[in-house]
Design a protein around this ligand. Structure first.
Ligand code: FES
Length: 85
């Protein structure tokens, strides 16, 4: 079965389209956003973003359907983002 095509709305108002299982970092890059990284193993939290209100770690999570074909991405309220954005 073909995976769902999802519309991703980024904090900078850019829109990208992705399929379930796609990489978050590649999509962020298409939207002109650089998600910071640290460990790349899911333990440091540097890469955290909010997707439809749920905080995820894109280094260990693929794009996935969240009860909506549109995913709204926000930066988490993290001191790192407040300093750098
Ligand atoms: S880079 Fe450390 S949790 Fe994602």
């Amino acid at each position: 079965m073909k995976s769902k095509k999802l519309k991703i709305k980024w904090p900078n108002k850019h829109i990208t389209f992705a399929y379930e299982g796609d990489d978050w970092f590649q999509n962020a890059s298409k939207a002109g956003i650089n998600i910071p990284t640290g460990c790349l193993t899911g333990s440091c939290g540097a890469c955290e973003i909010d997707v439809n209100g749920e905080t995820i770690r894109p280094c260990i999570t693929c794009v996935e359907y969240k009860n909506s074909l549109q995913l709204n991405v926000d930066f988490t309220c993290d001191p790192f983002w407040e300093e750098n954005h």
